[in-house]
Structure formats: C-alpha cells, structure tokens
Write a protein that binds this ligand. Structure first.
Ligand code: NAG
Ligand code: NAG
Ligand code: NAG
Ligand code: NAG
Ligand code: NAG
Ligand code: NAG
Ligand code: NAG
Ligand code: NAG
Ligand code: NAG
Ligand code: NAG
Ligand code: NAG
Length: 595
C-alpha cells in the first residue's frame, strides 16, 4: 500500500543525506507529498464523497524507523479547512506539529502546509487522520508505523510480512450531513456497515450483503507468520476483531510491547491500535474470514454492521463459506470485555525504542502530584446547542490556537482552571485547560456516565493504564491498581458506568489534547488540553515555533496570503516532483562518476 512516489522520495532523501548533505548526517529524513482531496467511492454500494490522499483511500502508510525525521507537505484540496493529526506520535518538545486546533491553525482550502517532526524514542503502530470538522467520518486516515532501529532487539522473530488493517464503522451519508445532524441534536443512529481497509464486507450472506461490493483480500503463504497492525479508525462503534480458525498473538499496542498472549478475538475500541502475530497454520481447505463486528449491541439488529475481509492462503482450495466465526458470547457477562482489557499487560523485560527494558521505568513507585477525575455525561443542551461535557464543561476551540496564544502572550484565549473534580451545577461551554506541572506525575480517572464505551486519548504522551472497574471510582479504588505491568499506551477505553485510571509523567513541554476518540462525542466538545510549561526560562525543553507556522484568529495579521493552488488549477506539487526527479538524476550521475 506504500505509494511509489513516497518510496522514491524517501530513497532520494536517503541518497541525498548520504551523498551531498553531511549536515543531515544525524537521523534520516522521510519526505512525503500529499494531496488531500475528495474522491467518489461506494464502499457499501452507495456512491459518496470520500477523503483520499494522493487518490488513495485509506491513505498511504508512513513507514519509518525510530528517530527519523518525517516531512509531510500537505495540500488541502478539500473545500474546507483541514488539519491532520498523528495519533500516538509524541512530538517530543514539539506540540507545534500535533495538528489539532489547540496547536495549529487549520490549513485553508487550497493551501499547503508542511509538517516536520521527529519520531523520537518511539516504536509501534499508529495512525493519522483529519482532526477537525468531523472529516474522519469520510476517511483521510492512514497508518503510521515506527520500526525499531536494527541495534534494538525485538521480543519476537522478524515476521514474514507486515499487514495493516483499518477497521471502522461507516455511514453512507456525507460527513457534512452527519455533523449537521449532530449540530441539530440528533443521534447518528446505527452505522450502515463496517469497512476494512476502506472496503465493504465480503458477501458471506446474500441477504445482508448486496452484490457487487468490493472487499479486502489479504494474501498469505502457508506456514508463514505475519504481523497484523489493526486500527479502529471508525466513528463510535467498538468492534470485536477475529480471524477464523487462527490464533492472534498480541505483541504490541500503541508503542509498547505487551506480554505475548493468544486471543481468538479482541475488542478494539475507537481510536485504538494493536499488533498481532498470526501464523498461517491451517490446512487451507478454504479461505478464512477476518471479521470486525459491532460490540455491546443487539447483534440480530446490528448484523449489517459487520466488516468481513478474506484471508487467502496461496494454496487455498476454495472460497470461505458458512457462518462467520462467533463473537464473544457475553450478553449477560459485562466483565468479559473488561477482563480482556485487563489481561493486556506490559512486557517489562522487552526493550522498545531504547535498549533498556520498558520496565526499568518503575511507574508504580513514583508519587502522584496531581489528580483529576474527568467525568463524562451523555450529551446535553447548553444554551440551545447540543454539547458533550467532561466535568460539566464542553470545550469550544478558540479561533487562536492555544499554544500560539501563549507564544504571543495573548490573554483571554483560554483559562487554566480545569476542575479536578466534576463541577456541580449547570453544564457550561468553556475553554478551560488542565494546568499540568512540568515533570509532575498525574493521575487521571475517567468516569464514564454515558451509556456507550468511550475511548480517551492523550496527545504527546504514553500513559499507564493502571485500573478499570464498574461503578464509581473512590480513593479506595487505588488499592486495585496495577502498579507493576500496566501497559503504556495513548488511548484507553472506559466502559459505561465504569472508570479507568491512568498515570502519566508530564515530561513533554507543550499543550496537549485530551479527547474522546469517539468522533461524535469529541465533535460535541468532549475534550480539553493539558498545558505543560517548563517554569525555567530555557529554550532546551521546547522547540521554537516553526518558520512556516500558519497564523489565524487574533494573530491573523502575521499570516501572508498563499495563492490557492488546488491540484486541478496549478502544477505546483508536480513541479516539486519534477524537481526531485531532476535532483535524483543528477545524484545518480554523480554516483556513477564516483571512483
Ligand atoms: C517498512 O519498513 C521496514 C524497514 O525499513 C521494512 O522492513 C518493511 O518491509 C516496510 N514495510 C512495508 C509494509 O513496506
Ligand atoms: C507548499 O508546497 C511547496 C512545494 O510544492 C513548498 O515549496 C512550500 O514550502 C509549501 N508551503 C508550506 C507552507 O509548507
Ligand atoms: C518479553 O520480552 C522478552 C525480551 O525480549 C522476551 O524474551 C519474552 O518472550 C517476552 N515475554 C512475553 C511473555 O511476551
Ligand atoms: C443471512 O442473514 C439473515 C439475517 O440475519 C439470516 O436470517 C439468514 O439466516 C442468513 N443466511 C445464512 C445463509 O446464514
Ligand atoms: C499461540 O498460538 C499459536 C498457534 O495457534 C501457538 O503455536 C503458540 O504456541 C501460542 N502461543 C502462546 C504464547 O500461547
Ligand atoms: C481442514 O481443517 C478444517 C477445520 O479445522 C477441518 O474441518 C477439515 O477437515 C480439514 N481438512 C483436511 C483436508 O484436513
Ligand atoms: C434484538 O433485536 C431483535 C430484532 O429487533 C429482537 O427481536 C430481540 O428481542 C432483541 N434482543 C434483545 C436481547 O434485545
Ligand atoms: C513519596 O512520598 C512518600 C510519602 O510522602 C515519601 O516518603 C517518599 O520519599 C516519596 N517518594 C519519592 C520517590 O519521592
Ligand atoms: C499552574 O501550575 C503551576 C505549578 O505547576 C503554578 O505555579 C501556577 O500558578 C498554576 N497556574 C494557575 C493559573 O493556576
Ligand atoms: C450516572 O450518574 C448517575 C448519578 O450519579 C447514576 O445514578 C447513574 O447510574 C450513572 N450512570 C452511568 C451509566 O454511569
Ligand atoms: C537558545 O538560547 C541560547 C541562549 O539564549 C541561544 O544562544 C541559542 O541560540 C538559543 N537556541 C535556539 C535554538 O533558539
């Protein structure tokens, strides 16, 4: 799925770094040129507007290695502003590149903007997606894989192949109509289906799946072992993922190696990423189903909301047929999914981005310096608009990004008074941030008072998931915390009527988004930011504002106009490519003439 253009650009970058630019002698650069535009597609048989990158849906996979520099020139070919965010990439000292409204001005329609950041001290499976205007419901997402450096041991043998799967619920309605519905206080209702890699289900049942739907096929060889990186990029549906007759050995989640365990199925909530090793150890009497089905719903009503792809052995003797592999049978057992989540633990002895073991960071013995209980509620009406809240506050993004407001010492853009406990009284709309203490150790308890699973995500950090349970969290709940091998990740599920506790070490200066990954809840305001400022006056703990920063809101006056250059009306990106090819040719000639 990696696009040739990017690979070429990357090859060129490496060549350039090696041959002509000793100042690049440090970490390699990977360059990407992305044209983000609408294409027409019909993943579930209904034609609609889908967001593609360089014409691809899902977008290309950024496949890089720890510490590489990533440069992505994004051309916004949509008809409205765009920002891409890099889910799980920590942007150390560099919230400027995070691509959310608190840190970046949106890229206006027809403009381009270049992200540049280093994937410092990270490994793992992540993804990117458009962060504003509900655009993720129309696509625009893709994989972000950070490979280990060769010098670092990986806790399993090198797999025979690497397969990325995006699973997610999907509506046939245009994303702009979906957001209008939310603005009008409507619920989105049951999705029309589940896509796998942008495609609809295999026709496993002629009543449920219409004819002519394009489905995903994964080609494998018998006896080989593949790494499957599975991301739930959907809107709001928790999905159960399984591969017929195959064990899935969980090895990594969102940048941490896990204790390796086999699962026959795993619940993957919105915004979460997992990698599994799957060995092709079956007899290939037929193809096998890969399934992602909706969780915690009435399965007979939601049968259509099921993604089905095909696992095809090279020696397969026929098509997959018969019923899908069973989902977990736990209608009356609400602890099944939670116990499964609790079973995902950190492999303390494995090294990740660094050679020292993950477990050498003994989070369980660090004293907590700040505690926040963040309680979500089902959507409410606040002064006539439908809003979702955390601690009684629904966030609205100011026109000026928070981080830029700080840089220019603008007052009144936000308040730094996010309550440590749910506010009593009427819910309100605000721009209230969490005041994080630099180098402090924060405990956050997410308490889900809604009726659906919510996933919460923190940008800029990996946090430790130390506990979850049904009921109300109390101080005594700390007695149940996992102080040893809770996994470090960036997105955690919080079951309805339950809580999840995380610990996070605030060592990354910047302003960082804390959000519901569920797109509807997030869109309605269920987010805030943690502001982490080094009180010492130094330029060593945060990178300066990038030269190409876009300005908007109160800082609009600093922004130079860009001549819009939609791909259809200009050849600017093409010129860029031509230039690169020319440089490549020159380099090749130079290389050929070297002794
Ligand atoms: C990603 O890059 C790694 C390391 O360069 C390479 O081994 C792997 O084959 C690449 N994966 C894909 C899917 O291209
Ligand atoms: C826009 O793209 C052009 C090349 O296509 C590049 O030279 C320029 O730096 C980009 N602008 C920004 C703000 O990234
Ligand atoms: C944990 O990591 C170590 C070190 O790489 C590895 O040898 C071991 O198999 C892993 N253990 C489990 C249970 O995954
Ligand atoms: C197909 O799905 C329908 C609706 O869920 C069900 O009634 C029917 O039994 C299924 N058909 C087969 C062949 O499984
Ligand atoms: C996982 O399942 C595979 C294949 O079914 C098996 O070979 C392997 O030993 C199992 N690994 C663990 C850790 O249970
Ligand atoms: C292949 O495996 C399937 C499922 O385990 C089994 O039903 C079937 O009999 C096997 N076929 C052969 C030829 O071994
Ligand atoms: C699920 O939905 C079906 C069809 O609407 C209904 O007959 C059944 O009673 C429902 N089951 C439960 C457990 O609510
Ligand atoms: C944590 O707090 C306890 C009690 O206040 C104190 O004795 C201990 O030294 C602290 N530990 C660290 C690592 O600061
Ligand atoms: C934020 O926290 C810092 C300590 O980390 C404190 O000095 C500062 O006064 C706090 N700011 C506000 C507005 O509460
Ligand atoms: C939400 O909170 C109310 C009031 O504390 C409680 O009665 C109710 O059970 C809670 N519901 C959920 C799903 O947590
Ligand atoms: C950081 O500050 C020092 C001392 O004020 C200055 O010499 C240096 O150029 C600054 N570095 C950057 C990257 O701004």
């Amino acid at each position: 799925m990696v696009e040739r253009r990017s690979v070429m650009a990357l090859a060129l970058a490496l060549l350039a770094a090696a041959l002509v630019a000793p100042c690049f002698a440090g970490d390699p650069y990977a360059y990407f040129d992305w044209d983000v535009s609408f294409i027409t597609a019909a993943p579930l048989g209904v034609k609609q507007q889908v967001i593609a990158i360089n014409g691809q849906f899902p977008g290309p996979i950024v496949n890089v290695t720890t510490n590489w520099n990533v440069v992505v020139n994004v051309l916004n070919d949509l008809d409205e502003p765009l920002l891409l965010t890099w889910n799980g990439i920590q942007h150390r000292k560099n919230s400027w590149q995070d691509g959310v409204q608190g840190t970046n001005c949106p890229i206006p329609s027809g403009w381009n903007w270049t992200y540049q950041f280093q994937v410092k001290d990270q490994i793992g499976s992540f993804f990117y997606f458009p962060s504003i205007n509900f655009q993720r419901a129309a696509g625009g997402y893709g994989g972000f894989t950070v490979n280990n450096r060769d010098v670092i041991a990986v806790p399993f043998d090198k797999p025979d192949g690497d397969i990325t799967l995006f699973i997610g619920d999907w509506y046939n309605k245009d994303y702009k109509d979906l957001r209008k519905a939310l603005d009008n206080g409507k619920q989105l209702g049951m999705p029309d289906g589940v896509l796998m890699n942008g495609k609809g289900p295999y026709r496993y049942n002629k009543t449920l799946v219409p004819d002519g739907i394009d489905y995903e096929t994964v080609h494998v060889h018998p006896g080989k072992t593949y790494r499957f990186r599975v991301h739930n990029v959907g809107i709001s549906t928790s999905l159960n993922f399984r591969i017929q007759n195959h064990n899935m050995l969980l090895v990594e989640t969102e940048g941490s190696y896990t204790v390796q365990q086999n699962y026959t199925n795993l619940d993957i909530h919105v915004g979460q990423s997992y990698s599994f090793l799957v060995t092709m150890d079956q007899n290939a009497s037929s193809d096998y189903y890969m399934v992602a089905s909706a969780r915690f719903v009435n399965e007979s009503r939601w049968a259509r909301v099921t993604g089905v792809a095909i696992l095809h052995y090279s020696n397969s003797k026929g098509k997959a047929s018969g019923p899908l592999p069973d989902p977990p049978n736990d209608v009356y057992d609400k602890t099944f999914s939670m116990n499964q989540a609790r079973s995902i633990r950190w492999n303390l002895s494995a090294g990740a981005a660094r050679p020292n073991p993950q477990g050498s960071f003994r989070y369980g013995s660090i004293n907590v310096s700040q505690v926040f209980v963040l309680r979500n509620k089902p959507p409410v009406v606040i002064r006539g608009t439908h809003r979702a809240t955390l601690n009684g506050i629904s966030y609205t993004a100011p026109a000026t990004p928070l981080r830029l407001a700080d840089e220019y010492k603008l007052k009144g853009v936000y308040t730094l008074d996010f309550p440590t406990r749910p506010l009593k009284g009427a819910p309100k709309v605000g721009r209230s941030l969490i005041n994080g203490t630099y180098r402090g150790f924060m405990e956050i308890i997410f308490q889900n008072n809604d009726t659906k699973v919510q996933t919460y995500h923190v940008d800029g950090y990996a946090f430790f998931v130390v506990g979850m349970d049904y009921g109300e969290w109390t101080e005594e709940s700390r007695g149940t915390y996992n102080k040893g091998d809770g996994v470090a990740r960036c997105s955690t599920q919080v079951f309805p009527g339950a809580w999840t506790a995380i610990l996070v070490s605030l060592d990354n200066v910047g302003i960082w988004n804390v959000r519901a990954q569920n797109l509807d809840t997030w869109y309605l305001g269920q987010e805030t930011y943690i502001r982490v400022i080094n009180p010492e006056d130094t330029n060593k703990t945060e990178l300066p504002v990038p030269d190409n920063a876009l300005y908007c809101g109160l800082l609009q006056k600093y922004q130079n106009e860009q001549t819009p250059h939609h791909k259809a009306t200009s050849s600017a990106p093409l010129t860029h490519q031509v230039y690169r090819v020319l440089v490549l040719m020159v380099l090749m000639v130079a290389a050929a003439t070297l002794p």
